[in-house]
Every structure is written in C-alpha cells, then in structure tokens.
Write a protein that binds this ligand. Structure first.
Ligand SMILES: [Zn+2]
Ligand SMILES: [Zn+2]
Length: 289
C-alpha cells in the first residue's frame, strides 16, 4: 500500500501580490485564499527592484494570521531577485541585496552572508537559469505559473474553453511530472551537490479575461504544496525543515488518485509516487528520508 509522507505542516512557497510590479492582488484576497486552502505557512517572494535597498517588499506582512475557524497561518517573507543569470529566490533573509547589476554568484554569496538560502525558480522559463555552477542551495522542480502558461499558450481558444467547461479536469490533465527539472536535479545530485527540491506556486493572480480570473490563488495554493513534518509554527523551524530537505513536494491536485500511485525509487535514493506510468506524479520525496 502506498503511504504518503507525513504532512503535519502544509505550506506554499513563492507567492506574489500587490508589492510586485506584476500583481494587483490585495493582501486580504491572498490571506482568504490561504485560509481557504488551510495552509499552515506561506512564503511571500515579491519581485525586488534592482535599486531597492533595506527592507524586503512585503516584509510587514510577516506574522501569524488566524482564520475564522481558528486555524493558524504563518506568513514568512523572502524575495525574488533579478540576476544576469536568471531569477533567484532568497529565503530566510533579513533584507534586500546590494542594489546593483549582479551575477548569480554575487546574489547567492549575499544571501548566504545573511544566513539565508538561495533557490533557483522556473529554471527553463522566463529567461531560464544560466549559472549551474553557482553555489545555489535549491531548485524549483515544479512551478505552477509554468503549468498555467502551458495551458494558455498553444491553441489558446480551445484551452480556454476546456478551462471554462471543466476546470478541474483541465488542470489535472495539464499538471504533469516536471521531467526536465527532475532530470536536472538528479544530475546535480549525482555530481555530489546537496541540492534540495522545491515546488513554487509563483502565484500572482494577475491573469483575467472579461472579469474571469484565470489564475486564482485558491487553485495555486491547493494544487501543489510542500508538506513538512510536525513542529512549531515558528520561522526558524519552518526554514530549517525546508532547507534541510525534510519536506516533500505533494501534488494535492492528484491526491484522490493515491490508490493508483506506484512507488519509484531512484538510484540516488529519492522516491517518487508516480501516476499514469510516470506521466504524472503524486509526491516527490527528498533524499535520505
Ligand atoms: Zn521569476
Ligand atoms: Zn515569481
């Protein structure tokens, strides 16, 4: 029988709202969606303008928020930075980077100097990542905005019709195993690097058509999540669980098919719970658990 990873704390990383140049979504909207998805933690990563100095955009939102039913949500704040080599997420950092035209390596060094860790988001999209030798700590193997983009690019009217008519079905069929990013992760691990895998919502709630919201937060927050073992809902504990690879990636969107999943163990020791002969995946577990 397939056993899902223990999921005491459920969270979503890489979320944008109003402070980012490309999102108008308000904080109350974001909060309501996070409560609705019963998240325990959420990590804001606003786009940080290159000339920004000091406090991270959205920093004042950090804290604990009580849902109407009493459920507690911890909001943590990181940032998404532009570098010459691609976008980079800074987690567990206290302030922005030195304002300058920076290489990936410079950005990562600054993040490390603050005691934080650096994660490469969407490695093959939005300009991609060019500094594979740089000492980053994590790789986003799933990025939800990339999935939505795949829905909206080819055959746009047909896809939109599918989304409108049977949204759940369309999203489940579009949410596939991220083959390319997983292959890259395996290659990095085989080369001896201790890279941790992450899922990123990359949610902006910024695509609408005639008043119809195509990318609602609720779906991004419920679709693919990081599931972590039990612990206090404190920033230090959550950051440590994430950076020490104690959390798994859970495709909650496929969870109702858990009985069909097949456990596949990779040579590097990591485990996937696969569906549809490996076309889709229910869970991705890190190494050594
Ligand atoms: Zn990005
Ligand atoms: Zn982003």
């Amino acid at each position: 029988l397939i056993r899902l990873a223990a999921a005491a704390l459920i969270g979503v990383l890489h979320v944008h709202h109003e402070p980012s140049h490309d999102s108008d979504a308000s904080f109350p909207t974001l909060l309501a969606a996070a409560h609705d998805a019963r998240l325990d933690f959420l990590v804001l990563t606003e786009h940080v303008p290159q000339d920004a100095e000091g406090e991270l955009p959205g920093a004042t939102r950090a804290g604990v928020y009580l849902a109407p039913d009493g459920h507690r949500l911890r909001i943590l704040v990181g940032g998404e930075f532009g570098t010459r080599d691609g976008h980079l997420l800074g987690y567990q950092i206290s302030h922005t980077l030195v304002p300058r035209d920076r290489t990936a390596r410079q950005a990562i060094d600054e993040i490390h100097a603050m005691g934080g860790f650096a994660v490469v988001p969407h490695p093959f999209h939005y300009g991609g990542w060019k500094a594979w030798d740089a000492p980053f700590d994590g790789l986003e193997v799933h990025n939800n905005a990339v999935v939505l983009r795949s829905a909206l690019n080819p055959l746009l009217p047909l896809r939109l019709l599918q989304l409108a008519l049977s949204r759940d079905w369309a999203l489940r069929s579009l949410t596939r195993r991220p083959d390319r990013a997983l292959a890259r992760w395996d290659a990095l691990r085989r080369s001896g690097r201790r890279i941790v895998a992450f899922s990123g919502a990359d949610a902006h709630q910024n695509v609408s058509l005639l008043g119809w919201q195509i990318d609602p937060y609720q779906e991004a927050f419920r679709g693919v999540q990081m599931v972590c073992p039990d612990g206090p809902l404190e920033p230090t504990w959550i950051w440590a669980a994430l950076r020490e690879a104690r959390c798994s990636i859970r495709y909650a969107i496929h969870e109702r098919r858990a009985h069909q999943a097949r456990e596949v163990r990779f040579e590097t020791g990591r485990i996937e719970l696969q569906l549809d002969g490996g076309t889709r995946v229910l869970e991705i577990r890190q190494f050594g658990d």
